[in-house]
Design a protein around this ligand. Sequence first.
Ligand SMILES: C[S@@+](CC[C@H](N)C(=O)[O-])C[C@H]1O[C@@H](n2cnc3c(N)ncnc32)[C@H](O)[C@@H]1O
Length: 301
Amino acid sequence: EGGQRGGRRAEILLAPGDLKTLSLGAQWELFERFSFVQENVEPALLLLDVRARPELQILWTALEARALLVTAALDAAGEDVAQRLRTGGLSPAHFREQWEGLGFTEATGRASTAADDWLEGLLRISRITTGQDRPPFGQVNMASRAQRISDFLSVTSPGQSDTVYDLGCGNGKFAITVAASSAARVKGVEYGQTYVDSARRNGERFALPNLEFIHADVRDVDLSDGTAFYLYFPFWGEVAHAVARTLGDIARARDITVYASGPQLDYGEHFLEQVSQGALRLAPERLAFADVMVLRSAAFA
Ligand SMILES: C[S@@+](CC[C@H](N)C(=O)[O-])C[C@H]1O[C@@H](n2cnc3c(N)ncnc32)[C@H](O)[C@@H]1O
């Protein structure tokens, strides 16, 4: 019965069709499905299955060949966008229009949206990074949703005179997207080496002059040139406390915005402490902060 189900799934993956006519996001969705199959087939068990049912070998060979074609199509579609970014053929405004225009509605049965598929297919990063790509200290990297990135851009409208920090930038979905979608300087801070490497590779691929990654513990970085700070529950406890205090100090000196995504789970309370100490104030458009907390310098109200 399991074999039958597997067979049906394979049929869907092998459905004929010109891969080049698929959008980058749709290619990414297929790519992820092939990766799932390939990562979950145990070679030793496959060998046993093939011995029992030789026709499975043909199916498996076809799947592998198809997976290579999907990868090639995705490479080509991604390279096309990368080249237009590198040469200035795709302006920040058009880049932003491109992914925002795809929409943030979740397809049924999928925890993803067309905008997320497009961005993740371009960057070739899964929304959740675990397994062997995960650094030894064990933190899973969850990339921001496209809708949140879009909300950040409309709340802060970052321009040429802004420096946006992504504190705990992971493999850079947020930082790269914001750098490619605006004229602001963007700095991603991350202490996971694997994540920084992956983020830098993408940054170089697009040759974005306004993007930089800093490999460090956020507590050791001088953040004083920042005008907008983005956090997506990157840390809590002591680290969150130290970062909130640093941002509180900066807020007393300059007009800044702090956009804290997912502030439940203890990390938001360290920012509320800065509110009660008079350094930050909650922005009126986000007084209910179940999902997002937006704070601004209190002194510059
Ligand atoms: C939930 S991910 C967010 C990824 C990214 N900001 C995005 O929205 O796409 C949080 C990241 O924070 C990083 N992180 C946690 N503590 C850190 C610290 N003290 N210094 C630098 N990075 C840290 C983790 O390694 C992880 O990659």
